[in-house]
Design a binder for this molecule. Structure first.
Ligand SMILES: Cc1cc2nc3c(=O)[nH]c(=O)nc-3n(C[C@H](O)[C@H](O)[C@H](O)COP(=O)(O)OP(=O)(O)OC[C@H]3O[C@@H](n4cnc5c(N)ncnc54)[C@H](O)[C@@H]3O)c2cc1C
Length: 476
């Protein structure tokens, strides 16, 4: 069995640690933030300092695929989260277009709704119960390495690539047979690699992105507004998320382009923010709750970024893997981060089962291939979403419709989903990365129905106020 050091004790790192520990590996998790989460949901939300997770107090909802995978492979984690107050919710049921009742099989649309701090606290408890060591307040500063095994692709160092043998930390260091980087979107991996002579992995990154302006509320009666509501509305140059969470809390989040200067200036102001929320049909009642965040939580530059270290059959380095956000971040509106990260941890577990750490080249190339085959396509789809949605927002700002055949088809499917519950199931299954969704979408009857709706979406602007009305409301 291998000695594995996992960097980062947030959800991605803890899930990875739990999975490999189940197989008997000796796992240590190193985490830069010193404070463990309080047990209780309330102080975990309001008093837990967690600078290492910049998005801790931002709107979060895992996809249904995340819950499926977690129930199958990490049932203790799901139990801890549920006992802590995470709410099992079905993502079909609140949709205004849904014509109930839920049917057998619709439980695949279930997910767990909770604030991110609750999910983190429950994951920490699960890891501690499983006997996983978490070294808190331990900042990884770099990698230890030795000349690696012979490969046909060694580059400048002949036929060898560096092999990572551990990490350097504030507290000295740790040896490892395998280092797993789960330090998230701000991972320092490129500079750590440069320091051990590895040519810098290429980051393929979107130049433009979105900004989240979110607030959590607690309703007076402990329930979320019960009217049907779409979880996501894309409304011209602005989007709105309405996401239920634990203990009667829920979040409202406005999404704009990060380079939309007019909205950027206005939406940090709470009154302007509320005015913008009110422009969304049915959103008024969601403003009745008591805010439980300290003002509007803003996070900008949300886009896609993939690290090309693993997009090659030829490893740049062995003994090291980047999992979850440390490998790829995706635009959060599509909510894929947690599901992709858990799927990635499972790929790591499976390749370790097959190859072990005694064959480091096979291990990293096998992981690279599995990553590309199962997550590469999802990543590409997400970058297409980001590109089209930003262009649509640009067009709306300019007062014109955005015309693109692929985007029009996506919009036509969304329109069909508002009129037909089976189409809604198909569309939501794809959005939630559920197995078999692609085949259902490709079925001729559905594909033809989508094609028939394309001319209708081409003729209309996305529903919602004109740009002028939006600016008037927030300026007033
Ligand atoms: C605004 C926003 C909204 C999102 N909404 C959703 C959503 O609705 N659904 C969804 O599925 N996903 C969402 N995501 C994505 C999701 O947050 C990430 O995919 C998820 O956090 C990935 O977890 P992670 O553990 O890989 O990284 P992180 O959560 O970023 O954790 C990294 C960990 O590494 C630690 N660390 C960092 N550097 C070091 C170091 N040098 N040494 C030791 N430890 C270190 C940090 O302290 C932290 O604990 C959202 C992301 C953002 C930004």
């Amino acid at each position: 069995m291998a000695r594995i050091v996992v960097l980062g004790a947030a959800l991605g790192g803890l899930q990875t640690a739990l999975l490999v520990a189940q197989d008997g590996h000796e796992v240590t998790v190193l985490e830069r933030d010193p404070r463990p989460p309080p047990l209780d949901a309330k102080p975990a939300w309001s008093r837990w300092p967690r600078p290492g997770i910049a998005q801790l107090r931002q709107t979060h909802l895992p996809l249904a695929r995340w819950l499926q995978l977690a129930e199958a492979h990490l049932p203790d984690l799901v139990r801890e989260m549920t006992e802590a107050g995470a709410v099992r919710m079905n993502v079909l049921a609140p949709e205004p277009a849904f014509r109930g009742p839920l049917m057998a099989g619709d439980e695949r649309f279930d997910t767990l709704a909770a604030r991110r701090s609750l999910l983190e606290a429950a994951a920490t408890r699960t890891a501690e119960n499983a006997g996983i060591r978490i070294g808190r307040g331990t900042v990884c500063r770099g990698l230890r390495s030795s000349p690696g095994p012979r490969t046909p692709y060694g580059g400048a160092s002949g036929d060898r690539v560096p092999h990572v043998t551990g990490v350097e930390t504030d507290a000295g260091g740790s040896k490892a047979d395998l280092v797993v980087d789960c330090t998230g979107r701000r991972s320092q991996l490129p500079s750590w690699l440069r320091d051990i002579g590895v040519p810098c992995p290429v980051d393929e990154s979107g130049r433009r992105g979105f900004t989240y302006y979110s607030q959590y509320f607690r309703s007076a009666d402990g329930a979320i507004p019960t009217d049907r509501f779409p979880l996501v509305v894309e409304h011209g140059s602005l989007g709105l998320l309405r996401i239920p969470a634990d203990h009667g809390t829920y979040s409202l989040c406005l999404i704009s382009r990060s380079d939309d200067e007019q909205l950027r200036r206005a939406l940090r102001n709470e009154r302007a923010w509320s005015a913008a929320v009110r422009l969304f049909p049915g959103a008024d009642r969601w403003l009745d709750g008591r805010p439980v965040t300290d003002g509007i939580q803003i996070m900008a530059g949300l886009t896609d970024r993939k690290r090309l270290l693993y997009d090659t059959q030829h490893p740049l380095v062995t003994g090291l893997m980047a999992v979850g956000d440390a490998w790829a971040i995706t635009t959060p509106t599509v909510g894929r981060g947690l599901a992709m990260s858990l799927q990635h941890s499972l790929l790591l577990r499976d390749i370790l089962r097959r190859t072990g750490t005694a064959h480091p080249v096979e291990l990293v190339t096998g992981f690279a291939e599995a990553t590309r085959n199962s997550l590469g396509r999802i990543y590409e789809q997400t970058t297409a979403y980001t590109r089209h949605r930003l262009s649509e927002m640009d067009a709306h700002t300019a007062g014109t419709p955005y015309r693109n055949p692929d985007w029009n088809r996506a919009k036509a499917l969304a329109l069909l989903a508002q009129r037909d519950t089976d189409a809604l199931r198909a569309e939501r299954a794809a959005a939630h990365l559920l197995p078999g969704a692609r085949e259902v979408l490709a079925a001729p009857a559905l594909a033809n129905a989508v094609t028939r709706l394309v001319p209708e979406v081409e003729r209309r602007m996305p529903p919602g106020p004109s740009r002028a009305d939006l600016l008037k409301a927030i300026e007033a």
